[in-house]
Design a binder for this molecule. Structure first.
Ligand code: ADP
Length: 374
C-alpha cells in the first residue's frame, strides 16, 4: 500500500531523444491508474522509471513520500508484470510463483501459504505442478500476475499485460483484473494502448501523446469533457466525429451551423459557452457516433448524408456516411429502435438525415485543439 508521486519527470534517451517530459502526477494509495496513449508516447518509459528499470533524467519519483530515484528496483517494493510473462520454462507454476520468496529464503510455510492463496484467487490451483509450456496464454498470464502477488508489494506495475491474448481472452482477463484488484488492496499502475482497457480498469486515466500528459481524469471526466481534440478522438470507439463549423451568437443565443443545418445550443452547454465568454466564429465541433440520431427530411437541424458502409454489429449499426461536402461521419444506431423495414432501408447509397442535441456537442478551438469549455 503506497502513494506514488512523480514531479517534473523527464526522460532523455542518448543525447536528445526526449521520451517523457513535464510529467507530474500524484497517485493515491490503492488507486488504479492507467497510462494510455498510442505507441511511442512514453507510457512504458514512465512505468520503467517508476520500477527503477530506467534511469530518471530529471525530476523525482517518490513512493510513500520517499524519493526512490537512486534505489535499485528490488528495494522499491514494487512488483511488475510484463506482456511476455517472463516465466522460467524449467520451473513448475508453483516454483515460478515462489521464486522471489525462495530468493529471500522465506520459510517453507510462508511460501506454501502465499503461493496457494494467490493461486486460489487466480483460479490456477490445478496447474501448480505444471510447467509453463503446458499452459494457455491466459493461464501463463495468471501465473505472471500470481508471481507478482506473492511479493506483497506496495505498488503493482503492469505493462500491457493482456496484449498477447486473443480478443475473447483479453475481455475475460480484464474482468479478472477488476476482481483481482478487489482482492489485493494495493496501488496499481497499468500501461495499455487500448482505450477500452483504460476506461474499464482505471480509477483515473492518464492520456499521453509525444511524451506529454494530455489529460488526467476519471473515465467519465475524459469521456464527457476531453481537454483537447486528441483526447476526444482517442477515447471512445468508434472515434468522435469532428468537423469545422460556424458557432454564432445571435440575440443572446448560440447556434452551430454544421453542413447547412442550424442547431441551437441550449441548456448547460449554452450556459458554459456564455460563462466562458465564447464569441463564436469558426470552431471544430465534436459529436460522438452514438450521439447522432436519425431525423426526417425537413426536420429542424437535419443533415442529409449518403450511406457508404453499413456495418451490422448485432445490437447496433455503424453507418459510415458522407454529407454533401464529402466529409465522412460515423453514426451509431441501436438496432432495437428500428423496425425491420427501417433497418432494410439503411443500405449503400441511400440518403438519410441525422441530427444531434446540444447536450452531446463538444466545442474545440480549431487551431490549438483545446476544448473551449475547459
Ligand atoms: P510506449 O510505451 O508509449 O509505446 P515508450 O515509452 O516505449 O513508448 O517509448 C517512448 C519513446 O522513447 C519512443 O519514441 C521510443 O522510440 C523511445 N525509446 C524507448 N526506449 C528507448 C531506448 N532504450 N533508447 C532510445 N529510445 C527509446
Amino acid at each position: 500500500m503506497a502513494s506514488v508521486k512523480l514531479t517534473n519527470v523527464k526522460k532523455i534517451y542518448g543525447k536528445d531523444t526526449v521520451a517523457v517530459q513535464d510529467f507530474n502526477l500524484d497517485i493515491a494509495d490503492k488507486e488504479f491508474i492507467v497510462f494510455v496513449g498510442p505507441s511511442g508516447c512514453g507510457k512504458s518509459t514512465t512505468l520503467r522509471m517508476i520500477a527503477g528499470l530506467e534511469e530518471i533524467s530529471e525530476g523525482t519519483v517518490e513512493i510513500d513520500g520517499a524519493v526512490v530515484n537512486d534505489l535499485q528496483p528490488r528495494d522499491r517494493n514494487i512488483a511488475m508484470v510484463f506482456q511476455n510473462y517472463a516465466l522460467y520454462p524449467h520451473l513448475t507454476v508453483f516454483e515460478n510463483m515462489a521464486f522471489s520468496l525462495r530468493l529471500r529464503k522465506a520459510p517453507q510455510e510462508e511460501v506454501y501459504e502465499k503461493v496457494t492463496k494467490a493461486a486460489q484467487i487466480l483460479g490456477i490451483t490445478e496447474y501448480l505442478t505444471r510447467k509453463p509450456r503446458a499452459l494457455s496464454g491466459g493461464q501463463r498470464q495468471r501465473v505472471a500476475i500470481g508471481r507478482a502477488m506473492v511479493r506483497d508489494s506496495k505498488v503493482f506495475l503492469m505493462d500491457e499485460p493482456l496484449s498477447n491474448l486473443d480478443a475473447k481472452l483479453r475481455n475475460q482477463m480484464r474482468a479478472e483484473i477488476i476482481l483481482l484488484r478487489k482482492n489485493i488492496d494495493t496501488t496499481f499502475i497499468y500501461v495499455t494502448h487500448d482505450q477500452t482497457e483504460a476506461m474499464t480498469l482505471g480509477d483515473r486515466i492518464v492520456i499521453m501523446k509525444d511524451g506529454y500528459i494530455q489529460q488526467v481524469g476519471t473515465p467519465t471526466e475524459v469521456f464527457d469533457m476531453p481537454d483537447n481534440l486528441f483526447v476526444a478522438e482517442f477515447i471512445g470507439a468508434p472515434k468522435m466525429n469532428t468537423f469545422c463549423t460556424e458557432l454564432v451568437l445571435e440575440g443572446g443565443k448560440y447556434y452551430v451551423k454544421p453542413y447547412g443545418a442550424k442547431i441551437e445550443v441550449t441548456g448547460k452547454k449554452a450556459e458554459m459557452l456564455n460563462k466562458k465568454g465564447v464569441e463564436g466564429g469558426e470552431i471544430t465541433l465534436g459529436v460522438r457516433p452514438e450521439h447522432f440520431v436519425l431525423a426526417k427530411k425537413g426536420d429542424r437541424g437535419a443533415i442529409p448524408c449518403k450511406i457508404v458502409v453499413n456495418e451490422m454489429m448485432g445490437s447496433e449499426l455503424h453507418l459510415h456516411v458522407t454529407e454533401e461536402n464529402g466529409d465522412r461521419l460515423i453514426v451509431r444506431i441501436p438496432t432495437i429502435i428500428l423496425s425491420d423495414d427501417e433497418r432494410n432501408a439503411l443500405t449503400y447509397g441511400e440518403t438519410i438525415y441525422v441530427t444531434f442535441d446540444s447536450k452531446v456537442m463538444h466545442f474545440f478551438d480549431t487551431e490549438s485543439g483545446k476544448n473551449l469549455l475547459v
